[in-house]
Design a protein around this ligand. Sequence first.
Ligand code: ADP
Ligand code: DP6
Ligand code: CO
Length: 351
Amino acid sequence: MTVYTASTTAPVNIATLKYWGKRDKSLNLPTNSSISVTLSQNDLRTLTSVATSESFTEDKLWLNGKQESINSPRTKACLDDLKKLRVELEEKNSSLPKLSQWGLHIVSENNFPTAAGLASSAAGFAALVVAISKLYKLPQDMSEISKIARKGSGSACRSLFGGYVAWDMGVKENGEDSKAIEVAPINHWPNMKAAILVVSDDKKDTPSTSGMQTTVATSDLFQWRIKEVVPKRYEEMKQSILDKDFAKFGDLTMKDSNSFHSVCLDSSPPIFYLNDTSKKIIKLIHALNEQEGKIIAAYTFDAGPNAVVYYEEENESKVLGLLYKFFNKVTGWDKIDSSKLITDTDIVTDP
Ligand code: ADP
Ligand code: DP6
Ligand code: CO
């Protein structure tokens, strides 16, 4: 009996303009466009292998060595879309094996904390969708495939591209135009670096999906953010990337992280993702920039306390030197296992 297999890795991406809010839950359409940087596959990544065979009667998923339910509506939505595209291929070419009718066995592993605010859902669903589209030999391009990954987890659509990526929210009700697009490839700004500061690898108590639903339903500030703040910032940030204007890019990145955490606080009940250590990192980076007289480092925090700090390579010793110094001196950092501090993270090669 033939078993067909495919494997892929997908990197995480860390948003510099945050997606937070859904206008359509089942299609996973966002209330605003977002921008991110895809990190190197050598660091935080998901590895997913898929297999299918006539003898597999059902779809199964193992995540980090444990069998998980395959029946979550989001995983199902991805599998349904991928199988539909495979059916189209099989109808066009009747000599193809009918993989669309067989069960899929999916084995996935993250080499970093899952559900801790380090974008595991992004790398996870990107890898799942890309591995199956490889197995099915689908001809669709990455932007098309990104629409399927989006249904698994919004941020996943951006992990299908390397470098600087935008997720255009789109205007259509059916989500046909809500997809990821490349803003610039990684070699456009080759001296950009990111350091990931793992403050805590605990599972977050408010998952992104439910957190953003609370915000949409209860925060007044959120309306201001999606209508007035983000649309302007989206254009400005894309331009700052094209211009390689770090001061502008860094300023917008830090402001947007703070805007996102503000709408979390403005939700009812309030959502707290930052902890005291996160706040110390924020102060430290501002103090560094102040001392330099310009922005040379920019922090951003996803839905968790862990920081990602962007900087240009020529400033590495200043930025990392200060962070290391801080590590040794400040008691709050004692809790951090320094082996989990991933520094000097080159940003991406194409996935
Ligand atoms: P994060 O900040 O890590 O993205 P989320 O709350 O957005 O946290 O999503 C975490 C969820 O994403 C996990 O509970 C799991 O359901 C899903 N997920 C994470 N990694 C994978 C993976 N490799 N394959 C499939 N699903 C995954
Ligand atoms: C703060 O993509 O994890 O990381 O679509 O519900 O799976 P779902 O949410 P998810 O949310 C990410 C939120 C964020 C910002 C971002 O990545 O843009
Ligand atoms: Co996520």
